[in-house]
Design a protein around this ligand. Structure first.
Ligand SMILES: [Zn+2]
Ligand SMILES: [Zn+2]
Length: 236
């Protein structure tokens, strides 16, 4: 296993990304910056602490978009505290949460938040379900979601595919590919190719491929098709 030293940081011109952490079953937290605009990707536990330290309250209040790859707790565990903090600090501008169709975790957190704080929410929250993987532009970046293969265990001993996406983020002619949690799949292969940066999970802890996470070997093979790559979500 390659040892990860978080945060991982990549920057080219006015486009940058900082991965505060990405540890399977524990937490993920990513900040994307395009010129003056800040975006949050997979706000797991600890995201508020990391954002506050990195960009401060003023910038935190201006965050326009959150991108969620899937609903596992290590990717959404920080959503409640982020939404609540923005309310406490009286955010005024809207916040859009982009997430895959069928991701009940985000909808449940949002519904509970609305219920608890119905009389004191100071900003508009737009839930944007991604049903078709068409590209769109928000704030000043172009976003291209793509489906990935990611399963979870059920109590019956069976597994099920969870609604899961990867995202390509394009700004000023540069592309960052973030695969989220995924097994080796063609969509990821295609989207990572020639990216300026590919962020690839290598969360499978042995070398026999399965349909939940990629092995180190699989992730490296895809990474080599990009200009640069980070391996994340490696079990610690
Ligand atoms: Zn995960
Ligand atoms: Zn997952």
């Amino acid at each position: 296993m390659t040892e990860q030293h978080y945060p991982l940081h990549w920057k080219k011109k006015n486009f940058s990304i900082k991965i505060f952490c990405s540890i399977p079953n524990i937490a993920t937290g990513i900040l994307l910056k395009a010129s003056d605009a800040h975006f949050v990707i997979d706000p797991g536990d600890g995201i508020l602490r990391d954002l506050n330290k990195e960009i401060g309250v003023k910038n935190l209040l201006e965050i326009s978009d959150v991108f969620v790859t899937h609903g596992h707790h290590d990717h959404v565990g920080g959503v409640w505290s982020l939404l609540t903090y923005l309310r406490v600090m009286q955010k005024k501008s809207p916040l859009t949460i982009h997430y895959p169709d069928g991701c009940v975790e985000i909808e449940s957190i949002y519904n509970a938040f609305k219920k608890v704080y119905s009389r004191s929410i100071t900003y508009k929250i737009n839930l944007k379900t991604i049903k078709k993987t068409n590209g769109f532009t928000t704030n000043n970046i172009t976003v291209k979601p793509f489906p990935v293969v990611h399963k979870e265990n059920l109590s019956t001993g069976k597994t099920r595919q969870v609604p899961a996406l990867g995202y390509n983020f394009v700004f000023d002619g540069m592309t960052i590919c973030y695969g989220g949690d995924t097994a080796y799949c063609e969509e990821l292969v295609v989207h990572a190719r020639n990216a300026d940066l590919a962020i690839l999970e290598a969360g499978h802890d042995d070398e026999t491929p399965d349909d939940m996470h990629m092995t180190m070997k699989e992730a490296v093979a895809i990474g080599k098709s990009a200009k640069k790559y980070f391996l994340v979500h490696v079990p610690e």
